[in-house]
Write a protein that binds this ligand. Structure first.
Ligand SMILES: Nc1nc2c(ncn2[C@@H]2O[C@H](COP(=O)(O)OP(=O)(O)OP(=O)(O)O)[C@@H](O)[C@H]2O)c(=O)[nH]1
Ligand SMILES: [Mg+2]
Length: 497
């Protein structure tokens, strides 16, 4: 059963069940209170109504997918999406985004369906939200706000909570102005007296300053946490670092659990994981191989969230290998690959070597050939089900294979004059240590054999100058891995958990 937000406003002396009987002032306050309740609740169970807008240049496929994703985001909050309206518009209405007639229609529909809040599948300006709330008489959220709420609900560690709180306050900062002035003006009657207005604006400035102060103190806290994390990350420099990346709900955590016998929370929900976790892979290998599970991606990921999750995403850019996990049972998995690639490029991880892990093979109803097509189209990939232990073993071998075939350590010297080469080292190799001496820098690096072959061929012996495992081969990747494994080319053993 849904909890009714608007009638709850009676607990602060609204005398009637039916908000339409309230005066405009009371309605405004009731909606404002309902909004605060939606924002600060700790449980789901609300009823949401979803709105999409179709313009002449809208890509219909993209719009449908984005709308159904908004429904999934709402379900991940524990709420129900009880209806949807898509309005066709040739242009956006400046005051209300959708037409005011359509907004009035939506108000009626929401009243009939007992809706608690309306979620727009777009980014709304503070003015849009204020005007829409006046007409619809319910809290109006945009996609970013829904995502922020999920992040808030799922952040468990101090770092993730601080990152989310910064993103939330930054989102609210330009918005409190309107809600506060509207709230104050409603309190002072329509338009408000000059005195009320003055007081409201002074209060607004104070609130904004408080918010900015809070953001900067949270940033300082986050910097401290990051410094500690950086120290931890530096201490992991000697190990190989693998990071799981991919669209949200692709199965990253399920794979992490299967690869490392862990028990992290994996659910059919979006953004279940926000806090990164590091585990050791169950293989005896020197150096150790560490694996990190982290936050997933989605289309239209708010910029404020990307910015506040920068340090988490830095781990991705710093990795030796990415496992790009893809849910192939999803009809639009190719879009997910593109969106993930785009975010990876944006955080500077575009060039990190990667293996595609096409997951949920067991759920590929009616597509028996897809596994073969994928393996052929993506040479450096594994097609599997995270639920099948023999498939997980196969992935483990693939990861080991990658490190044996591709990565090596070397000592190289570069003169200060070679700024470009110095830049390339920092961009494409892992610097284990560096000693500056006279006009030479002595590096101890770990890099792909391809990188060394190109820039420091003298560091490789002749057997390493053969083509790398990254390049597509005549036989399928799967076959090549198992052949090399059975031929005893590896020095790995599956270690006891
Ligand atoms: N059928 C099937 N379901 C899977 C498989 N792998 C994962 N799942 C399910 O997919 C859902 C999402 O799995 P997670 O491991 O939480 O996905 P994630 O990528 O970590 O998701 P976020 O942390 O939310 O970004 C869960 O319900 C898993 O049980 C698989 O191989 N086959
Ligand atoms: Mg996860």
């Amino acid at each position: 059963m849904s909890k009714k937000l608007i009638p709850d406003a009676r607990s602060v002396d609204f005398q009637t069940d039916d908000i339409s009987q309230l005066s405009d002032v009371e309605k405004g306050i009731a909606v404002e209170l309902a909004r605060r309740r939606v924002e600060t609740r700790t449980e789901g169970g609300l009823r949401a109504y979803v709105i999409g807008v179709e313009s002449p240049d809208t890509d219909l496929h993209e719009m449908k997918e984005s709308l159904s994703e908004l429904g999934a985001l709402i379900r991940s909050l524990g709420d129900d999406a009880v209806g949807v309206t898509v309005q066709k518009r040739s242009k956006i209405t400046p005051a209300t985004y959708i037409g005011s007639g359509k907004a009035a229609e939506i108000k009626q529909r929401c009243a009939n369906l007992g809706v608690d809040y309306v979620a727009f599948d777009t980014e709304l300006s503070p003015t849009h939200v204020r005007n829409l709330e006046k007409i619809i008489e319910r809290p109006v959220l945009d996609r970013t706000e829904v995502i922020l709420q999920i992040f808030r609900k799922n952040a468990k560690t101090k770092e993730a909570q601080t990152q989310v709180e910064i993103a939330r306050l930054e989102y609210l900062l330009p918005r409190i102005s309107n809600s506060w002035i509207a709230f104050e003006r409603q309190r002072g009657g329509s338009g408000g007296s000059a005195r009320t207005r003055g007081a409201g604006e002074a209060q607004l400035e104070l609130d904004r300053r408080k918010m900015r102060d809070k953001i900067s103190s949270l940033r300082k806290e986050l910097d401290k946490i990051r410094t500690e994390k950086l120290t931890q990350r530096k201490s992991r420099r000697a190990e190989f670092n693998v990071v799981l990346v991919g669209y949200t709900n692709a199965g990253k955590t399920t794979l992490m659990n299967a690869l490392t016998d862990s028990n992290l929370s994996a659910k059919n929900a979006l953004f279940e994981t926000l806090d990164s976790s590091v585990r050791t892979l169950n293989v005896s290998h020197n150096p150790k191989i560490l694996i990190t599970d982290t936050v997933g991606f989605i289309r239209h990921l708010p910029h404020s969230l990307i910015a506040s999750f920068q340090s988490t995403l830095d781990e991705t850019a710093d990795a030796d290998l990415l496992l790009h996990v893809v849910d192939v049972s999803h009809p639009h998995f190719k879009d997910h690959i593109e969106i993930t690639n785009e975010v990876l490029r944006g955080v500077g991880a575009g060039d990190v070597p990667r293996i595609f892990v096409f997951n949920k093979l067991d759920d590929l109803r009616g597509e028996p050939r897809l596994a073969r097509i994928l393996a052929r189209s993506y040479p450096n990939s594994v097609v599997l089900s995270a639920r099948d232990p023999s498939d997980v073993e196969k992935l483990l071998l693939h990861i080991q294979d990658f490190f044996v075939q591709n990565m090596t350590e070397a000592h190289v010297q570069v003169s200060y004059d070679h700024a470009r080469l110095l830049g390339l080292i920092y961009a494409h190799a892992r610097v284990m240590s560096v000693d500056w001496e006279d006009d030479l820098a002595h590096f101890h690096i770990r890099a792909t054999k391809d990188f060394l072959k190109k820039h420091f061929p003298e560091t490789l012996d002749s057997s390493d100058k053969t083509p790398s495992a990254q390049e597509p081969s005549e036989i399928s990747e799967e076959e090549s891995v198992s052949q090399r494994w059975s031929s005893g080319a590896f020095s790995f053993e599956r270690s006891k958990p």
